[in-house]
Design a protein around this ligand. Structure first.
Ligand code: FEO
Length: 162
């Protein structure tokens, strides 16, 4: 069954959202590198690569369905933050936003009885649970530590292991 034009358009929009996400995390990585927090910089760089992989999953899906992929402009990300807590709070809020976008895609796929797209999106629904859990977990740790610099250093070391 042919994929609908509206679904192709919605997935192309999501490809842009994934590249925008990638750039947001790359800018966060650069912020942490500048702040001397190498573990957090490393964690964000890995996140950047994951987002590129997400975009590529959507691109390959459109190829598999014989649809046209539009390579998007990428929005310039925010590149300055107050502290690590603000960065991870922003990342968590961003992942909640991405989840709402994925759910909207699922809603569209259901309304169009597009079972193939629903099946493909299942991976993203599960992935978003992990993405929100990862970022909110780090927010909780940083909130607990407050201004404790030794604690911040310990979390930074921990994130180096990602
Ligand atoms: Fe592509 Fe972080 O969701």
């Amino acid at each position: 069954m042919k994929i609908s034009d509206s679904m192709v358009s919605a997935i192309n929009d999501q490809i842009k959202a994934e590249y925008d996400s990638a750039y947001i995390y790359l800018a966060m990585s650069a912020y942490f590198k500048d702040a001397g927090l190498d573990g957090m910089a490393h964690w964000m760089q890995k996140q950047y690569r994951e987002e590129v992989e997400h975009a590529e999953k959507f691109i390959n899906y459109l190829y598999d369905r014989g649809a046209r992929v539009i390579i998007p402009d990428v929005a310039k990300p925010k590149d300055n933050y107050t502290d690590a807590l603000e960065v991870f709070k922003t990342a968590y809020a961003h992942e909640q936003y991405v989840t709402s976008r994925i759910y909207a895609l699922v809603d569209l796929a259901i309304s169009e009885k597009d079972y193939a797209t629903q099946s493909m999106l299942k991976w993203f629904v599960d992935e978003q649970v992990e993405e929100e859990d990862n970022t909110s977990g780090i927010v909780s740790k940083l909130e607990f530590l407050g201004t404790d610099k030794h604690g911040l250093y310990a979390v930074d070391r921990e994130l180096l292991a990602r």
